[in-house]
Design a protein around this ligand. Structure first.
Ligand code: UGA
Length: 443
């Protein structure tokens, strides 16, 4: 099948590469000339395991192409995917200007029947808005071409995007048209094997399903972080509690890891946007607003623990930081807990010496050169001679640490762990003070 994909961010690029990989003919369109030039030179602007290789082999065999020529993209395919960004507006609502700009361009250049597929995470009602924009643009042109708009939200996770796309738990299609459903069924057939994972529903339910999934997951995390804060004050260990409740199949073990708050480009933005949409429909989403508040507070916990370890005086201290990305296997630092911590440390007059396996370039992009941020060559380089060590991201390579070396090389024996990676007894044995999440102060 011939597919056009508007937007070459995480979702667009992964979708395009995965579809090309199973034999579809894919044309990617982006207004960012630099990005398209990079992609045409074989460079992939984001870090995602396996993506570079997949893009390269499909670019080489001619099934995956990149262009800024939007009219050509519209003429090329019957299926047009919209996967452009929906960044947050100042008030927390989703900025739909990129999505609607693509809709307008489609209306301006459509020359036959097209199926427009919404992949971006968009507020309920956006597919209807896209339909209206295309229809009114066609009307202004004085032409009448048939088109359909459906919703096909994406559930992939950064860091395992290809795995998630190629082995989906579900493929949601929001449409009332049998013909659209059949075409999408054919399009996804190579990734829809063993049992049918495609679920069809009305377009608004599909749009809400995406927000509801992210809001539910974010709620699990904020719930666990709240439990961790309670456990800490009551002398209980949240890791024991996590095992205890996870064994109940109605609760389950997944996504109940306490930590230093959820980040990334999705949960914070989507929880906020859904709460905001609910409010503008006249309903106060009290739970969602609390989920967001709990998360904002949780992102300050690492700084508070450090402050406590140093009796509130962090002025002139150097803090080693392991992990800058919002989670492992990505270089993404959007809304990362590490950023809240670094900014608080700088405000308190401390210096940061950080190491991350992938996000160093991102850190420079966000903060530039500054005397109170040193990007270290290795985890040891970051920790050597620092006043304390903080772990913000649970990269695999941080899971095994040489505690004897840390005790000998940190100026003070203080480790603050935002991901509960270590066994407190072991750290105690090495004479280290260990401040984790929900496990008591210096357990
Ligand atoms: C999330 C969803 O998991 C995807 O299903 C969805 O498609 C995507 O958003 C999106 O809307 O596009 P992602 O943002 O890549 O994916 O990251 P997650 O792996 O879900 O992690 C989000 C945050 O939750 C991270 O900061 C992570 O550290 C935190 N987390 C996760 C916890 O603190 N505890 C947990 O138990 C799990």
């Amino acid at each position: 099948m011939k597919l056009s994909i508007f937007g070459t961010g995480y979702v667009g690029l992964v979708t395009a590469a995965c579809f090309a990989d199973v034999g579809h003919d894919v044309l990617c369109i982006d207004i960012d000339e630099n990005r398209i030039a990079l992609l045409n030179q074989g460079q992939v602007p984001i870090f995602e395991p396996g993506l570079k290789e997949m893009v390269a082999r499909n670019a080489q065999n001619g099934r995956l192409r990149f262009s800024t020529d939007a009219p050509a993209g519209i003429k090329f395919a019957e299926l047009i995917f919209i996967a452009v960004g929906t960044p947050p507006n100042g008030d927390g609502s989703a900025d739909l200007s990129h999505v609607l700009a693509v809709a307008r361009t489609i209306g301006e250049h459509i020359d036959g029947h097209k199926i427009v597929v919404g992949k971006s995470t968009v507020p309920v009602g956006t597919a209807d808005m896209v339909s209206d924009v295309i229809a009114s643009t066609l009307k202004a042109r004085g032409v009448d071409h048939p088109f359909d708009v459906c919703s096909n939200p994406e559930f992939l996770k950064e860091g395992s995007a290809i795995e998630d796309f190629t082995r989906p738990a579900r493929i949601i299609i929001g449409t009332s048209s049998e013909a659209v459903l059949k075409t999408l069924h054919d399009c996804y057939a190579p990734y829809n094997r063993n049992h049918d994972k495609l679920m069809s529903m009305d377009v608004r339910s599909a749009e809400l399903t995406k927000y509801a999934a992210n809001a539910m997951l974010a709620t699990k995390i904020s719930f666990m972080n709240e439990m961790a804060n309670i456990a800490e004050r009551l002398g209980a260990d949240i890791e024991e509690v996590r095992h205890g409740i996870g064994s109940d199949p109605r609760i389950g073990y997944q996504f109940i890891y306490p930590g230093c708050g959820y980040g990334g480009s999705c949960f914070p933005k989507d929880v906020r946007a859904l709460a905001r949409t609910a409010r503008s429909s006249g309903f106060a989403a009290n739970l969602l607003e609390a989920v967001e508040r709990v998360n904002d507070t949780q992102k300050h916990v690492l700084f508070e623990k450090l402050s406590q370890a140093f009796d509130g005086d962090l002025q002139g201290r150097t803090i080693a930081l392991w992990g800058l990305a919002f989670k492992p296997n990505t270089d993404d630092m959007r809304e990362a807990p590490s950023r809240v911590l670094m900014e608080a440390l700088w405000a308190a007059g401390a210096k940061v010496r950080a190491y991350d396996p992938e996000a160093m370039k991102e850190a420079r992009r966000h903060y530039g050169e500054r005397p109170d941020l040193v990007l270290a060559a290795s985890p040891q380089d970051a920790a050597k001679g620092a006043d304390a060590l903080v772990i913000c991201t649970e990269w695999k390579q941080f899971r095994v640490a040489d505690f004897g070396w840390l005790k000998a090389n940190l100026l003070n024996p203080v480790i603050v762990d935002g991901r509960n990676l270590y066994d407190p007894a072991q750290l105690r044995k090495h004479g280290l003070l260990y401040y984790a999440i929900g496990r008591g102060d210096s357990v």
